[in-house]
Design a protein around this ligand. Structure first.
Ligand SMILES: Cc1ncc(COP(=O)(O)O)c(C=O)c1O
Length: 442
């Protein structure tokens, strides 16, 4: 779609945008020098002169957009309904899109060098819209396991009611294991989608996206290849860029690192334009787009994304180093501590540029010790979620994963002594002092 600030370069165009001159395109290079996403987050995709000189994009609180002519309105609808290729040329109605969401989508694309992006009202609405786009009754979804609990529920319980089934391989699976699951899935029905999550919530296991891509390409002919989508919430968009390793679509809970201040809920999808266009048509129908205010808040958040993630990552490295040496700690499940020479370390080296700031802390003892630790924290907050400026800690077995059956919990190492921690941007020494006193309180 074209925003009001992205008017046609063709003066005779009937697209009917509000601007009376084309927008100045945002520079993405200086000579041969390519500008980085962290720089482009300040202004890319927005021309202040088309919004009264406002340095920042205004929030476009409107449910609908006025067409300059009836012919322009018809042309926009031809684009949005697919009667004419190329998509809508102008803004129509806020369930389809709006200026704030489009600027956000342009900027989201930059981090993974994606063709296109879509913004959603939550991570789960992004995932649900993606699944509804590609899955039909009788289809099979091949997935890595475990997935975020609500995603597992959506696929197994909700899509299951419509005759969709699934088969999974463990997150760290080898090429042979992936080949085997794809072959079994093909025998069951049409494979609609390969859906991954890396690192997996809550095990932190990484998926070998390159191996999944090779397995998919070997198993299916051109034209019948199911898209590979991956939940990149935990390390994206800074520390992992799965589109570069063979995924077609990368999905995000923007509620986490991208939003980054624990004050909004939103989702995103970036990737291949042909696939994104299909998901956009579904989003237009069911209305899972985020609202303009949330989009504006995300634009603000993206300006500091790299700063925040860098600092949180550095803090986590310091805190984890402290925790693993503490006598009351059994183990720290942190991507920076993968065993040299292991398969996980090999995937990490190929796919990740940082260990993140969310990890598992196994305390010596059980629920009593975990609760004593959590109740004693003074800086870290006792809350679920992750990727915010503030440090959060929770007990998955008693909270987020309470309803997971016991045998599955045991299989995933979600034990009563497990504490999940998401490190924020506070001072690292202060965090260490807090964790130290909480460990002493056990
Ligand atoms: C890995 C992962 N994916 C998706 C989601 C869902 O995102 P949201 O809460 O924004 O719907 C979450 C939420 O915790 C998550 O951790």
């Amino acid at each position: 779609m074209r925003r009001p600030d992205l008017a046609s370069e063709n003066e005779n165009d009937i697209s009917g945008t509000q601007a009376n001159r084309p927008p100045r395109p945002s520079p993405t290079t200086i000579g041969n020098h390519k500008l980085k996403p962290s720089t482009l987050m300040m202004g890319y995709g927005f021309d202040p002169e088309l919004s009264e000189g406002s340095l920042k994009p205004p929030i476009f609180l409107t449910s609908t957009f006025v067409f300059e002519t009836a012919a322009a309105g018809k042309r926009f609808f031809e684009g949005v309904t697919g009667k004419r290729p190329g998509g809508a040329e102008g803004l129509i109605y806020s369930r389809f899109n709006g200026p704030n969401q489009e600027i956000l989508e342009d900027r989201l694309s930059l981090w993974e060098e994606a063709d296109d992006a879509l913004a959603f009202s939550s991570g789960m609405s992004a995932i649900a819209t993606l699944l509804l786009t590609f899955v039909r009754p009788g289809d099979v979804i091949v997935q890595s396991g475990p997935l975020y609990a609500a995603t597992e529920t959506l696929i197994a319980k909700i899509l299951g009611q419509f005759g969709v089934s699934w088969l999974d391989f463990p997150s760290g699976a080898t090429r042979e294991e992936i080949d085997d699951v794809i072959a079994r899935a093909k025998a069951k029905g049409r494979v609609a989608l390969i859906y991954l999550e890396s690192p997996a919530n809550p095990t932190n296991q990484l998926v070998d996206v390159e191996a999944v891509r090779a397995a998919r390409d070997a198993a299916f002919n051109d034209g019948e290849r199911p898209p590979i989508a991956i939940d990149n919430t935990f390390l994206g968009p800074l520390w992992a860029k799965p589109l570069a390793h063979g995924a077609d679509l990368s999905v995000y809970s923007l509620t986490k690192y991208a939003g980054g201040h624990s004050d909004l809920v939103a989702g995103g999808l970036v990737g291949n334009k042909k696939l994104i266009d299909q998901v956009r048509a579904m989003r237009n129908t069911i209305g899972t787009i985020c609202d303009p205010n949330t989009a504006w808040m995300l634009l603000r958040s993206l300006e500091t994304l790299e700063l925040r993630m860098d600092k949180a990552g550095q803090n986590a490295a310091r805190v984890c180093e402290f925790l693993r040496g503490h006598p009351k700690v059994e183990k720290v499940g942190y991507l920076g501590f993968l065993e040299e020479g292991s398969r996980q370390a090999d995937i990490y080296r190929r796919h990740c540029s940082g260990a993140g700031s969310t990890f598992s802390l196994y305390l010596k003892g059980g629920e009593k010790e975990a609760f004593a630790f959590l109740d004693a924290l003074q800086i870290a907050h006792l809350a679920v979620s992750l990727g915010g400026t503030e440090t959060l800690a929770s007990a998955p077995a008693a909270m987020t994963h309470l309803s997971v059956p016991d045998d599955r919990k045991a299989q995933l190492n979600i034990t009563p002594n497990l504490v999940r921690i998401s490190i924020g941007v506070e001072d690292a020494d202060d965090l260490i002092a807090d964790f130290n006193q909480a460990l002493e309180a056990i």
